[in-house]
Design a protein around this ligand. Structure first.
Ligand SMILES: *Cc1c(COP(=O)(O)O)cnc(C)c1O
Length: 365
């Protein structure tokens, strides 16, 4: 048997007819950017997140960059984030001209609140913290909110891997000044191209974001805010996302069940899963475990036809091209050597899941 890491056609299949009709509807409408579909999607996505405002943008990285600008960041400011989350927040901060300052991670593989407190004490110039809910697992958001509030600075959530993850009924994106989402095709809510959004309860932030995403215009052709550029979510993507949105919680449940099966199969082996919080604070965007001899484990799965990957193989601080000077991050460095991503996606068949479980039991030792 061959098991792929992901197969997007499995979850799209059930919606193909609806998506085709919606795309044709946009084609026939003669209106392709910032029209009815986009307006409806912004409204529906904001409500889904339990918030007042959603601002569509062109990608998840743009969402973070524009959120930083909307919160007042500019050249020379410092932004705290983690180094193990794929580099997106770091690149967004650099695009604004900010210096990233890295915080080590906890047992969830997310930002460690205690280390954040230490970093904020030693670097009082930090203006914004970007916390990533990595792999679909909410960070220890209560503790991080407390640390950020005490410091009197702003908090941004990177929710690009955490659509629908919740704690006490509150969804990812609603714990901060600005929640940033990507709708890249592989995400828990994904379009058929690029897309992103920022959600917020703050009308001032929402207003600045609406201008920043379109050249800084207030009135058409009048640049009323500096730092703006072109970052729009198009009508076709918005129409597709509207069709998929009502299915995200069900798909998340499917993902979570697969991850739970792997977790059970790993008991008594050397494959360890990151710690979790509540029942629904994990949406299994990626099913990531740790193994002390990760490369051998991956080879053995590959021999059985099971694809795996590493998210992510390099810490932000290790990109020579970015020339970032940093403190050491022992927890992130160790995790980077041990992490492995297992196949986990909506529409994965029971026999495929069984096959991976068997491989975990036999190769995880
Ligand atoms: C995918 C991703 C992004 C970036 O989204 P794009 O739409 O590809 O720009 C940002 N942060 C995280 C954690 C991601 O996984």
């Amino acid at each position: 048997m061959q098991v792929k890491l992901n197969d997007l056609s499995r979850s799209s299949e059930e919606l193909t007819a609806k998506i085709q009709a919606a795309v044709i509807g946009v084609v026939d409408s003669g209106w392709y950017v910032h029209g009815h579909q986009h307006e409806r999607f912004e409204h529906e996505f904001a409500r889904w997140c339990g918030l007042e405002h959603a601002i569509g943008v062109a990608s998840g990285t743009d969402a973070i960059e524009l959120a930083l600008r909307a919160l007042g960041c500019g050249p020379g400011d410092r932004v705290a984030t983690v180094a193990n989350a794929g580099g997106y927040a770091t690149l967004a901060a650099l695009a604004v001209g900010c210096f990233p300052v890295f915080v080590d991670i906890d047992q969830r593989l997310n930002m460690c609140p205690d280390d954040l407190a230490r970093v904020l004490r030693s670097c009082p110039e930090i203006k914004v913290v970007v916390v990533t809910h990595l792999y679909g697992q909410l960070a220890q958001i209560d503790a991080i909110q407390n640390v950020v509030r005490t410091a009197g600075i702003k908090l941004v959530e990177d929710c690009a891997q955490a659509h629908g993850a919740s704690l006490n009924g509150r969804l990812a994106g609603s714990f901060s000044d600005a929640g940033c989402f990507s709708f890249y095709p592989t995400k828990n809510l994904g379009g058929m191209g690029d897309g992103g959004a920022v959600v917020t309860a703050d009308v001032g932030v929402a207003d600045r974001l609406r201008r920043l995403r379109q050249y800084g215009w207030g009135r058409r052709y009048h640049v009323e805010l500096s730092g703006g550029r072109n970052s729009r979510l198009d009508e076709i993507q918005a129409a597709i996302l509207r069709i998929k949105l009502p299915h995200v919680h069900r798909w998340n449940t499917e993902r979570r069940r697969i991850a739970e099966r792997y977790h059970e199969a790993a008991s008594g082996t050397n494959l360890l899963f990151p710690s979790r919080g509540g029942a629904e604070d994990y949406v299994a965007h990626l099913c990531v475990a740790r193994h002390p001899d990760r490369d051998t484990f991956r080879d053995r799965l590959l021999q059985r036809g099971i694809a795996t990957d590493i998210h992510f193989p390099i810490l932000d601080v290790q990109h020579a091209s970015l020339n970032l000077q940093q403190r050491s991050l022992p927890m992130a460095e160790q995790a980077c050597r041990e992490i492995v991503t297992l196949p986990c996606f909506p529409g994965m068949q029971p026999d495929e899941v069984d096959y991976v479980c068997e491989a975990i039991r036999e190769c995880g030792v």
